[in-house]
Write a protein that binds this ligand. Structure first.
Ligand code: F6R
Ligand code: ZN
Length: 180
């Protein structure tokens, strides 16, 4: 049995004190995710994790700080994934910034939900998910998901999502993904 514990989350930056593990993804880690080529050391996002055993009796929790920027007309976004155990659900709580949560099922249905301070997005089992930062400031959100969920990035790397969120003349637009 785990010992109870407390962590302190900075709602503005997403920093967790003390954090157990930091994942940092740079443009060079995002190659293939955008229609245009991208490369380089610029950081696209960071994930601050609190590590607990990866079992279905615990909840994994973390925050994501997704920086603002674009590759071509596509906004900075997370890689996106299905949970390896497909029916595992997740909740996101946005604490700072503005974005879109793009979700899709394996049979090609999709859903887009808004992310803004206070949004609680529920991601049911079976839906892949990717966050997109549509503003000029970092998007920060807290996530909680079932401990044994795992992450399957391969399916998204191969196929992408059915739609893309791009910058249009009057703001964010959802367009079909020609490579899906
Ligand atoms: C965990 C989850 C988020 C993401 C994070 C980074 O299941 O959905 O914590 O892991 O926002 O995105 P990915 O994992 O797609 O690189
Ligand atoms: Zn997830």
């Amino acid at each position: 049995m785990l010992q109870p514990f407390t962590r302190v989350l900075d709602l503005g930056t997403g920093d967790i004190a003390p954090e157990n593990r930091l994942v940092r993804r740079r443009l060079s880690d995002m190659r293939g995710a955008y229609a245009e080529d991208c490369d380089g050391a610029q950081v696209v996002y960071e994930v601050f994790n609190i590590d607990v055993p990866e079992t279905n009796s615990e909840l994994q929790t973390c925050t994501t700080r997704l920086y603002n920027g674009k590759v071509g007309d596509e906004y900075f976004m997370t890689k996106g994934h299905f949970h390896e155990v497909r029916d595992r659900s997740e909740v996101y709580l946005t604490t700072s910034g503005y974005g879109r949560l793009v979700m899709a099922t394996e049979d090609g249905r999709y859903a887009i939900e808004e992310m803004r301070p206070g949004s609680m997005n529920y991601i049911p089992g079976g839906w892949s998910h990717r966050s997109v930062n549509v503003a000029d400031e970092p998007l920060v959100f807290f996530a909680a998901y079932i401990g044994d969920s795992g992450h399957d990035y391969g399916s998204i790397e191969e196929r992408g999502f059915p739609v893309l969120v791009v910058e249009g003349p009057s703001g964010p637009e959802v367009v079909p993904n020609p490579r899906y």
